[in-house]
Design a protein around this ligand. Structure first.
Ligand code: C5P
Length: 412
């Protein structure tokens, strides 16, 4: 999976001495797998929990533990001081797990080991994932230290509640590697090209109630919409994701609004997009809904059952009209999922709904459209440009769409 914000980045992963250090090896491995160069620095206490060799093996890079060891640059033969060289090269300093002791040192600028020296020397943003017993976490000293760090612009993820190493239950568990990875994307993307932009993305297939237990819906998985929301977040935007039910987990670092029906989606989008810089409607909104949903479960009776359906509101067309009145989102992007006459239908929608851009995809192809992780879309712009993109991951399609939205902002 290629995620643009992580590509060619250098993350300095600091591991301190807590039981959760074993999860840091999973984190190092995940980061490496998505193309990040991970330099690991272990405190001495951390080496008691996990051997440096483990991190060396998963990152395929040297691991650092000693403040006083000088390094020889293989190219120039010159000596370099690891804490200065590492601190300068990092795009992000991620400390996971961060013990109460390391939090205290960071808050007070104490530099008594390689990691805390790097923390003082680096211009990179700092992300920390605390992990400790709940009493240590709740201690006023720790809470004050965390508040000091947060005020200084440090991002703190977790700790979460659950089973602790002592056998007790409480707040103090390190956040799961997947969540820390998400936060790393958020922090790395903070100064991205969508910084200061407010965007709204819709996702999933709406559900129109027939009775309290049945509904009409469609095959949308929500993957394209979620990829769009995450890509915008990774580029520094403030994102509101309005989503119909999906099996995807709630993303970190953005505002998610859960809805069911087209009418609910309309209200949520209207509320979120009046001053938005862009609206991207990736949701598959039901075009029809049962006129009068039954209050009780419909019983099996007659041979046949006829449902009376009526049209749902066309959210996108309404937002584009509002935009013309100066009240809607600045840029409006739609999707056209088709099984035939793809480009003709997409162009018609682009013009009829008065959109800036439409992403047309043939959902009858096995490798594009619903449920799969890849998509093949053609982007049609209001100025007549037609851009047929090759098969790519939904993450990559999302970045292509945001690239074009950025251009529209510039020329707009
Ligand atoms: O006309 P069609 O439904 O195929 O148009 C697709 C585009 O319009 C998608 O971006 C979809 O999210 C949006 N749409 C909408 N409200 C509807 C139906 C579709 O915003 N009721």
């Amino acid at each position: 999976m290629s995620i643009r914000v992580l590509k060619d980045k250098r993350v300095l992963l600091g591991v301190t001495g807590g039981v959760a250090a074993y999860k840091a090896a999973i984190l190092a491995s995940r980061l490496t797998q998505v193309g990040v160069a991970v330099d690991v620095v272990l405190t001495e206490a951390a080496t008691r929990f996990v051997a440096p060799l483990t991190f060396q093996a998963v990152t395929q890079r040297p691991v650092y533990t000693d403040l006083f060891e000088l390094e020889v640059d293989p190219g120039s033969g010159e000596l370099s001081i690891p804490h200065i060289a590492l601190a300068k090269a990092a795009d992000l300093l991620l400390i996971a797990p961060a013990t109460g002791n390391t939090l205290a040192k960071l808050a007070h600028g104490i530099a008594d080991n390689l990691l805390t020296n790097i923390a003082l020397a680096t211009p990179a943003p700092l992300l920390i994932a605390p992990a400790m017993e709940s009493d240590m976490w709740a201690h006023p000293a720790t809470q004050t230290n965390v508040a000091t760090l947060t005020e200084r612009g440090v991002t703190v993820v977790g700790p979460t509640a659950g089973h602790l190493a002592s056998g007790a239950e409480g707040v103090g568990r390190m956040s799961e590697p997947a969540e820390i990875l998400e936060m790393a994307r958020v922090v790395l993307g903070q100064a991205g090209d969508l910084e200061q932009r407010r965007v709204v993305v819709s996702a999933g297939g709406t559900r129109e109630a027939i009775d309290p237990v049945r509904f009409i819906s469609n095959r949308s998985s929500g993957k394209m919409g979620y990829a769009l929301a995450l890509a915008a977040r990774d580029r520094g935007a403030q994102v509101t994701l309005v989503t119909a039910p999906t099996s995807l987990s709630d993303p970190v670092g953005l505002k998610t609004v859960q809805v069911e029906s087209a009418a609910q989606m309309r209200d949520a989008i209207l509320a979120a997009s009046s001053d938005a810089d862009a609206l991207v409607m990736a949701a598959a909104v039901s075009d029809y809904r049962p006129i009068e949903p039954a209050h009780q479960k419909i019983k099996k009776g007659e041979e046949g059952l006829t449902l009376q359906l009526s049209r749902t509101p066309d959210i996108l067309a309404e937002m584009a009209r509002l935009r013309e009145l100066g009240r809607g989102p600045k840029i409006v992007v739609g999707f056209a999922a088709e099984t035939q006459d793809l480009l003709v239908n997409a162009r018609d929608k682009l013009q009829r709904k008065r959109l800036d851009l439409i992403a047309a995809n043939d959902v009858s192809a096995a490798d594009a459209g619903f449920s799969v992780d890849t998509n093949r879309v053609t982007l049609l712009s209001a100025d007549g440009t037609v851009d047929a993109l090759p098969l790519m991951s939904k993450e990559e399609v999302a970045d292509e769409i945001w690239d074009r939205v950025c251009r529209l902002w510039e020329t707009g």
